[in-house]
Design a binder for this molecule. Structure first.
Ligand code: PMP
Length: 355
C-alpha cells in the first residue's frame, strides 16, 4: 500500500523533533528528570482549586486578578505583567512577536531544550553561543554574536541544565553592548533557588525600567510547585508585553491555575521554607558528588549537572536501573533534579559506584 498523501508541513517544522518529556517514573522510582518540586501541594493551594470559575465558563482572558496581585507585589502596573500557560508559552509568544524569516535569535548552548525550536517555529534562525568551560554563559561572545539581523537574545539564569548564574555586573555590561531595539529575555525560571551573592535578579533590580528592551520571565512551576497547572509570568515594558499578548493563544490560562497561583503567593513564606530545604539538599548533593571526584559546576537551581561526556548514556542507564529517572543529554552530561531527601541519598550512593 502506498503512503497516503499528507498535508505539506513546512520544511523547518518537519526537520524538528516534537517536544518529548523525560521518562515517566514507575511507582518505586524517583522522578528527577524535569526539575519539579518534590513536595505535595499545600492544603490552601489545593483548596483554591475548588473555587474556580464554573468549568462551562471561559476563564478571565487577562488573568486580571493575578496580574493585579503581581503588579502590587513588584510595584508595576498590571499591564507590565503578562501571565500565560507556563513561561515556555511566553518565550514562544515573545519570539513570534519579534523574529521572523531572515531574523536571528541568540542564545547560549547548552541551555533550556525549548530554545532551539522557538526561532525555527517563527521562521527565524537560532544562533547558539557555546557556554564557557565552567558551564556559564559567555556574555562577551553572546554580545559579539549580535548582528543587525538579531531581534532577540535569550539569557537563562541560573542556566538549565548546568546550574550557574549570570551576575548583575555581567548582565549590566551585556545590556549596554546590545542595541536597544533588540529584545533581551531574562529567563529566571529558577530565581527563587538562587543564594549566590551578586546574581542578577531582574525583578529586584527592576532592570526592565532602565532597559525597556528587557523582559524578565518567572514561573510558578518550580519553587511554587504548580508545574501541572501551567502558569508563568513576565514583567517588562507594557508595549512589548502587548505584542506577546497578541501572538499568544487567547484564554490559555485556566481559572484553576490563576487561583492556585494567587493562593501560592498568599502562602509564599511557607513555600520559600521548602525552597530553603531544596537548597540544603542541593548543597549536600553537590558537595557529596565533588567529594567523589565528579566535576559538578556550581548550581544555583533545583538541579545539578554531571558532565559525563561520551559515557552519558551508560551512566544514565545505571541511574535508571536504580530507579532514579534522570535527564541525559547524549554525549554531554546528565541533569539531576534535587528531589526527596531519600532521592539525594540514592543519587550519591549510585554515583559513587560510577566514578
Ligand atoms: N525556562 C527554563 C529555563 C526552564 O527550565 C523551564 C522549565 N523546564 C521553563 C522556562 C518553562 O517552565 P514553565 O513553562 O513550566 O513555566
Amino acid at each position: 500500500m502506498t503512503d497516503p498523501i499528507l498535508p505539506r508541513i513546512r520544511p523547518a517544522i518537519a526537520a524538528l523533533a516534537p517536544y518529548r518529556q523525560g521518562k515517566q517514573a514507575g511507582p518505586d522510582a524517583y522522578k528527577l528528570s524535569s526539575n519539579e518540586n518534590p513536595f505535595e501541594p499545600l492544603p490552601s493551594v489545593a483548596a483554591a482549586l475548588q473555587h474556580t470559575t464554573p468549568i462551562n465558563r471561559y476563564p478571565d482572558a487577562t488573568a486580571g486578578r493575578l496580574r493585579a496581585r503581581l503588579g502590587a507585589r513588584y510595584a508595576v502596573e498590571p499591564d507590565q505583567v503578562h501571565v500565560a500557560a507556563g513561561s515556555v508559552s511566553i518565550l514562544h509568544q515573545l519570539i513570534l512577536a519579534t523574529a521572523s524569516v531572515g531574523d536571528e535569535v541568540v542564545y547560549a548552548w547548552r541551555s533550556f531544550e525549548a530554545y532551539p525550536s522557538l526561532p525555527l517555529v517563527a521562521g527565524a534562525t537560532g544562533v547558539q553561543v557555546p557556554l564557557t568551560a565552567d558551564a556559564r554563559h559567555d556574555l562577551d561572545a553572546m554580545a559579539d554574536a549580535v548582528t543587525e539581523r538579531t531581534r532577540a537574545v535569550i539569557l537563562c539564569t541560573p542556566n538549565n541544565p548546568t546550574g550557574p548564574i549570570i551576575t548583575s555586573d555581567e548582565f549590566a555590561t551585556f545590556v549596554e553592548r546590545v542595541p536597544t531595539d533588540v529584545l533581551i529575555i531574562l529567563d529566571e525560571a529558577y530565581a527563587e533557588f538562587v543564594t549566590a551573592p551578586g546574581a542578577v535578579d531582574g525583578l529586584a533590580e527592576r532592570v526592565f525600567e532602565r532597559h525597556p528592551n528587557v523582559v524578565v520571565l518567572r514561573t510558578f512551576s518550580k519553587a511554587y510547585g504548580l508545574a501541572g497547572l501551567r502558569i508563568g509570568y513576565a514583567i517588562g515594558n507594557e508595549k512589548v508585553l502587548d505584542a506577546a499578548r497578541t501572538t499568544g493563544i487567547p484564554l490559555s490560562v485556566t481559572s484553576a491555575a490563576e487561583n492556585a497561583a494567587i493562593a501560592s503567593l498568599d502562602a509564599e513564606a511557607e513555600l520559600l521554607e521548602r525552597v530553603a530545604v531544596i537548597v540544603e539538599r542541593r548543597t549536600r548533593l553537590v558537595q557529596g558528588l565533588r567529594a567523589q571526584g565528579w566535576d559538578v559546576p556550581d548550581s544555583q537551581a533545583n538541579f545539578i549537572w554531571l558532565p559525563t561526556g561520551e559515557r552519558t548514556d551508560d551512566v544514565a542507564a545505571a541511574f535508571v536501573a536504580a530507579d532514579l529517572i534522570v535527564r541525559p543529554f547524549s554525549g554531554d552530561g546528565i541533569r539531576i533534579s534535587v528531589g526527596e531527601e531519600a532521592a539525594v541519598d540514592r543519587v550519591l550512593e549510585v554515583a559513587s559506584t560510577l566514578r
